[in-house]
Design a protein around this ligand. Structure first.
Ligand SMILES: Nc1ncnc2c1ncn2[C@@H]1O[C@H](COP(=O)(O)OP(=O)(O)OP(=O)(O)O)[C@@H](O)[C@H]1O
Ligand SMILES: [Mg+2]
Length: 229
């Protein structure tokens, strides 16, 4: 059974009086543990699709299917949707989106804080231990107290990946995770993602223009004219 499944998924943006159809009926099934790369021209709707899959935005109210583990994401109430975004899904973005005021360790633990809410204080030690272990395994053991501005792009992206992994998500959604990095650094980031995925059996959907990344995927799909080719 697919971990994530869509049928006839559509997204239209409203720009003033103009309707801009971006996704025109996307059908996609991704199996547990699978690594799918999504390719497509700039503006073809790749980021839009990831946002819908991750519950960050809602598709058009048309007849569609959007299932995670056989549960309709669109049928979740606000609390369930929050839970889905925080614990089932880990997001990695092209520009890291780290919080500049927080140090490396805090940037990772804050994701667990939003998950646990008021119960976080009783879990702080455990979360910090796990965050430290993750960051060490990414070669950032001596950067824990640094601010993002003191890190290189590749280091920042490794912090962002640790943040995405801290709550043990079953699905990783990454939007051009190597788009802002040089080739060698990008390859290192891919290897980190792939190692974790293999070790922990995670499912990964990655939007990329990077042929090296796409070549490592189990399957490559292409968005053309708002549908998957
Ligand atoms: N919030 C929005 N409001 C209006 N239009 C939007 C919005 N977000 C995206 N779009 C439009 O939808 C189309 C698809 O955007 P999207 O960001 O999904 O493309 P993409 O495939 O990720 O492109 P890129 O490779 O450049 O990141 C674009 O034409 C964009 O202008
Ligand atoms: Mg995009």
């Amino acid at each position: 059974m697919a971990l994530i499944q869509t049928a006839n998924l559509k997204k239209t943006y409203q720009l003033g009086h103009v309707q801009v159809p971006v996704l025109r009926g996307v059908n996609l099934s991704v199996q547990p543990g699978e690594f799918v790369a999504i390719l497509g021209a700039s503006g073809s709707g790749k980021s839009t699709l990831l946002h819908l899959l991750g519950g960050l935005d809602a598709p058009d109210a048309d007849d569609f299917k959007l299932l995670f583990d056989n549960r309709p994401i669109n049928g979740m109430n606000a609390a369930q949707l929050d839970q889905y975004r925080r614990t089932d899904v880990g997001f990695v973005f092209q520009f890291y989106h780290l919080l500049p005021e927080l140090n490396v360790l805090q940037n990772v633990t804050i994701a667990a804080m939003t998950r646990w809410g008021w119960a976080f204080s009783s879990r702080r030690a455990e979360v910090e231990k796990r965050a430290t272990e993750l960051l060490r395994s990414f070669g950032l053991g001596d950067r824990l107290r640094h601010r993002p501005v003191e890190l290189s792009g590749g280091e920042r992206q490794r912090v962002a990946i640790a943040r995405a992994l801290i709550n043990g998500p079953r699905l990783i959604l990454a939007d051009e995770p190597t788009g802002n990095l040089d080739r060698k650094t990008g390859a290192g980031i891919i290897d980190i993602l792939l190692e974790r995925r293999k070790a922990e059996g995670r499912t990964m959907i990655v939007v990329t223009h990077d042929p090296e990344l796409a070549a490592k995927a189990d399957r490559v799909v292409r968005i053309v004219s708002g549908v998957i080719e």
